[in-house]
Design a protein around this ligand. Sequence first.
Ligand code: ZN
Ligand code: ZN
Length: 208
Amino acid sequence: MTKTCTKCKNEIPDLNLTEEARLKLYGLIYQDLKLFAVKQLMDEQKIAHREAKIIVDHLNKKYGKCGRCDYSDLDKENIECPKCGAFNYNMKEPIFNQDFCSLLEFSLPFDQLEDESLRGFWCDGIDPIPSDIENLALEKLKQNRAIRTRAWTGVSGQEIYEMTILFGEQSIYRFEQGLSLEDCIYSENADDWIKVDRNNKRIEIKLK
Ligand SMILES: [Zn+2]
Ligand SMILES: [Zn+2]
């Protein structure tokens, strides 16, 4: 089926990507790396430059929010904005996303860890785009049960740590079902699920 964008009149190419390729594209768009996104489509998907540019122009950054106007209620993928007529691929976000990272960052009880040198630590941000984003593809996640990202933490909240997030049975199950991971954050016995290596600037978090 051929789709045309009502706003710019361009024909919209279908996006038939593997889960890994979708995740990589999502990560690039999320970070505003549009040129890299065009390049990825050309190099890895063998899509012509013109089509790749049209695709990238119609990938909205945030699920629900039109890439062309302020409309923010787009409720499915591949949808025309009812306000401005622009086509939006409106790709669904991974379950591991900004909302979850914000919640996780506020849920890290550094003061409850045995290591007293971590008193006063806090977390000012967790990057929702893992450095190994293709590991968010379900089959890979089931195999590796871990992703790696960055966290801004320390006493200043501004030191960059490499954060490894380990997925347990419950979080894998919820990921598979497309359900939020918010109930997968432990609350008690901080030392059982948070490990901080100050020397190497690494932090490891276990989810349920
Ligand atoms: Zn358009
Ligand atoms: Zn719009």
